[in-house]
Write a protein that binds this ligand. Sequence first.
Ligand code: DC
Length: 227
Amino acid sequence: MTVQIITIDGPSGSGKGTLAAKLAGHYQFHLLDSGALYRLLGLSLHQQGLLDCLDSALEQCIHIATHLDIKFLTTATGTQVLLEGEDVSQTIRTERIGEFASKVAAIPELRAALLDRQRAFAQAPGLVADGRDMATAIFPEAQVKIYLTASAESRAHRRVKQLQGMGLDVKIGNILANIQARDKRDMERTVAPLKPATDAYIIDSSELGIDEVFKLMTNFVAKQLAI
Ligand code: DC
């Protein structure tokens, strides 16, 4: 049986995570949050004191990446993420861990170490894969490729709301600067840079709500997959 794959790539804060989860629920497909894998690896390498010596301790970091003990558990309220048995669902969503993830994601050997783990998510009946290089590197065979973007300013405003909702005190200027720095690093890295696949459907969500984007996506999926 052919596994149907929908990829959603784009910069941080474009709404990919929310839309990917909504689509996976709608079609009863599996869900891959590839950013969470980079966040978990960043956290693990930080805990082991290796984040500042990724180059000199590369072999050890690759070993850790390949053997990371990760579990994604589906709960009534979302997904619970376990690292070595510990619930780190909230921890990995912070800006700090996002920075760790971005550092790790710039190392080609560490990206390669996470490749098989990501591809293993492609199981029947289908998968919604959310990330930066889902269509260009991990699942080039995907039947549906979507690139979801939004202006840096609108993404910063959304992120501030989200973090305030988690009870955190944040400043828009800092968040915007972080987003711009991360975009630059993700787009300019030599391996698997963030960019739309040539056959991707590009959606700019700057002026659109979740429901409007969801409708655009399901209309496109219906054309591509006949479901
Ligand atoms: O989507 P996110 O914010 O959770 O991603 C965290 C970091 O990981 C971000 O800086 C980009 C990187 N990443 C990546 O390089 N490739 C992916 N497929 C997913 C995330």
